[in-house]
Ligand binder design. Structure first.
Ligand code: HEM
Length: 273
């Protein structure tokens, strides 16, 4: 019998190898963490900050988006409205609703093809491995690496709308949980991806983005950066784009984003002497 986990809990580090559940998480009528197909909300729930009742109803997404994703008041409002609409069905009903249900993410209008499939119908270690295999250096996934991964997912499940949704999700992933290196390359550490997707935990040493830093403008910027020519779909091109950024001049460590201390020290070795 499957036991409904009570947050906060940590998923076992071992990869589940048993037979697939008879019914998809969205179809069994009971709320479990496997109903949450969004890695951000899944970790927020497991960390005990996104509060859901026994059926998966949530009323505090706005506060969570503001506090843990750095979402501006408007961005958080848009996210909450989108979530409520999934459960309520229409914009009007969503305006009147005060909650949404996490079980309604799967199979919703926001659920799309060509996703990573890591959380599709429960956690899939093989798909996480696949995502990690796109890491150019075995330690991190740059925007270019993620784009290459997304391109492969699109080849597997071609769908134009899914490309846009997926781009927005990966861009947000790096914006909220990512870092920037001395050459201006934005990335998420492989270990952080594992922590988020497999363990449903906030990454180690992670600090939420500055309040208000996730706003309409910065989101559009993040998505277009993800989609831009600088982040080409192949790993080789991705690496060459990183070289181009090295000459861009501005110090990324001063941009207010989280960065690797080791990397910063390496880049500023001359000034530290
Ligand atoms: C800033 C906060 C958020 C971040 C960083 C984030 C990140 C992501 C990422 C990276 C995925 C891709 C999953 C994959 O392909 O592996 C995803 C999926 C998803 N997210 Fe979020 N998300 C956020 C907020 C939200 C909100 C507010 C909603 C509800 C309106 C939402 C609904 C979904 C849904 C339905 C999916 C599944 C899409 C699919 O795989 O078909 N997310 N999210």
């Amino acid at each position: 019998m499957k036991v409904t986990p009570t947050p906060p809990f940590s998923r076992p580090l071992e990869v589940p190898t048993g037979p697939p559940a008879a019914k998809a998480p969205s179809e069994d009528g009971r709320f479990t963490i496997d109903d949450i197909i969004c890695p951000f909300q899944r970790a927020a729930f497991n960390e005990g900050v996104l509060k859901a009742d026994a059926d998966g109803n949530v009323t505090n997404l706005k506060e969570v988006l503001q506090k843990y994703a750095g979402a501006s008041w408007l961005m958080a409002g848009i996210g909450v409205h989108a979530a409520k609409k999934l459960t309520a069905g229409s914009d009007w009903a969503a305006f009147q609703a005060n909650s949404y249900n996490l079980q309604d993410l799967e199979g919703s209008s926001l659920d799309h093809l060509a996703d990573s499939q890591i959380l599709r119908g429960g956690f899939h270690a093989d798909r996480l491995e696949k995502a990690l295999s796109f890491s150019s250096d075995g330690k991190r996934l740059t925007l270019a690496d993620l784009r290459a991964f997304q391109q492969e997912n699109l080849a597997e499940e071609p769908d134009r709308n899914s490309e846009t949704f997926g781009a927005a999700e990966f861009a947000l992933l790096v914006k909220v949980f990512g870092r920037i290196d001395g050459e201006g390359t934005k990335f998420i550490r492989n270990q952080d991806l594992v922590t988020l997707y497999r363990d449903a935990k906030w990454p180690q040493d992670w600090e939420p983005p500055k309040p208000g830093s996730l706003n309409l403008l910065s989101t559009v910027g993040a998505v277009s950066e993800y989609l831009s020519d600088k982040n080409e779909p192949t790993r080789e091109q991705g690496l060459s784009s990183q070289t181009t950024k090295a000459s861009s001049g501005t110090c990324p460590f001063l941009s207010g984003r989280p960065f690797d201390v080791e990397e910063a020290a390496k880049q500023h070795r001359d000034k530290l002497a």
